[in-house]
Design a binder for this molecule. Structure first.
Ligand SMILES: *[C@@H]1O[C@H](CO)[C@@H](O)[C@H](O)[C@H]1NC(C)=O
Ligand SMILES: *[C@@H]1O[C@H](CO)[C@@H](O)[C@H](O)[C@H]1NC(C)=O
Length: 371
């Protein structure tokens, strides 16, 4: 019994070492071009790159940082595996939220946080040999909102976006950094109105637009789930496809999720019983980006776009957080997962977090999250 425990501990230690064995480290990037709001910029460039390497911009939640997002997602491990580069922007304001509301950030080449982020993308294309045809964006919460901003204002730069628990492009548009009408799901527009907002992000753009995948939980009380349905209206209008899903797979990729596709360019995944935010599924996001089969040394495989649903095999990527050193179950009831809500006004769910995460008041007194 005792020796079994030692054996288990050794296995866990070996797992941790494997997880932490990245080929490279997080680096800071400075002087990368026009950056009117002083967005911070970090990147992870694995030692073995694809040829040419794609680029993924990965954007943190409010109060988050580039470092936290680097550590809290498996994108760096996946970069080692597939050979793409990851940019981790760092929001310049004290609250750590992205500017997703000003006309500048919402408009092509007009300024704001979005222009600083795109300047780093342009720098990476010009200086690192990044494949300009394979640039992607992903993010959670505020980073999800910024993903939609980039999809709308810079459709020429991005090939696809995958966003977790966000709001439609320009839903926060207006004088204030926080838009309660939008966050509470009370900004209801017609598909035409939502589509017009996107088209106004880059007037005259006639090229191919990035395909958009969005994830949302049905009990999200920070960015209410109505935003999922508004996102469907917006992006189906932009792509000129029906608001009725072409396919809707129940139990995909998890038992209480459903994956609704609206043609090949719009996909909405609804997570029943999940709050703010939906846990990220990075390998699923990579599949949406068409990078699942990418290998270091190779270019992005040309793929017949899966017209049907993806099968989304369970992730094979090891967890990015250290497993608990004890295998004993927690004695104080269920703990909330990384990123999950753990407190706030009206909250009746778990108030403790799985190790090593801490229940952090993100928007007191309304919302706390396991960070
Ligand atoms: C897809 O199906 C699920 C389960 O029936 C349903 O809850 C969800 O609303 C559907 N999604 C869309 C976008 O219609
Ligand atoms: C499914 O829904 C439940 C609540 O109904 C939620 O607690 C859980 O996190 C969700 N996800 C999974 C994988 O079960």
């Amino acid at each position: 019994m005792f020796s079994f425990k030692i054996f288990t501990a050794l296995v866990l230690a070996a797992t941790v070492n494997y997880v932490q064995a990245l080929s490279s480290t997080l680096q800071q990037l400075t002087n990368f071009g026009t950056n009117p709001t002083n967005v911070g910029m970090f990147y992870y460039r694995p030692t073995k790159l694809a040829n040419p390497p794609p680029l993924i911009v990965a954007m943190h939640y409010c109060s988050g940082t580039a470092q936290a997002y680097f550590q809290g997602t498996s994108l760096a491990q996946l970069a080692d595996q597939h050979g793409f580069i990851v940019l981790y922007p760092n929001a310049p304001t004290a609250g750590g939220c992205w500017d997703v509301h000003t006309d500048a950030t919402l408009t092509h080449n007009a300024g704001g946080d979005s222009l600083g982020i795109v300047s780093a993308v342009r720098f990476a294309i010009a200086n690192w040999g990044v494949d300009a045809a394979n640039v992607f964006a992903t993010g959670t919460s505020s980073g999800a909102m910024m993903t939609n901003v980039l999809m709308g204002a810079y459709p020429d730069v991005f090939k696809a976006g995958s966003l977790y628990s966000g709001v439609p492009y320009a839903c926060f548009q207006g004088p204030n950094a926080w838009n309660s009408q939008c966050s509470q799901g009370q900004l209801i527009l017609t598909p035409q109105q939502w589509g017009d907002r996107v088209r106004n992000g880059y007037p005259g753009f006639t090229g191919t637009r990035p395909k958009v995948q969005f994830w949302h939980g049905t009990i999200d009380t920070t960015l209410y789930p109505q935003n999922f349905w508004e996102e469907i209206k917006q992006w189906t209008n932009v792509f000129g496809v029906s608001q009725t899903p072409s396919t809707n797979l129940s139990g995909n990729p998890l038992p209480n999720y459903s994956r609704a596709s609206f043609g090949d360019n719009v996909q909405g995944i609804l997570a029943q019983g999940v709050g703010h935010t939906v846990p990220e599924r990075e390998t699923d996001t990579l599949e949406w980006f068409g990078l699942s089969n990418l290998q270091p040394g190779q270019g992005v495989p040309s793929q017949a776009p899966p017209s049907g649903p993806t099968t989304a095999p369970a992730t094979t990527v090891p967890p990015t957080v250290a497993p608990p050193t004890s295998t004993a179950p927690p004695s104080n009831g269920p703990a909330a997962a990384h990123w999950a809500q753990c407190g706030g006004t009206g909250w009746t769910g778990p108030t403790t977090c799985v190790s090593p995460f801490v229940c952090t008041p993100v928007s007191p007194p309304f919302y706390s999250q396991c960070l």
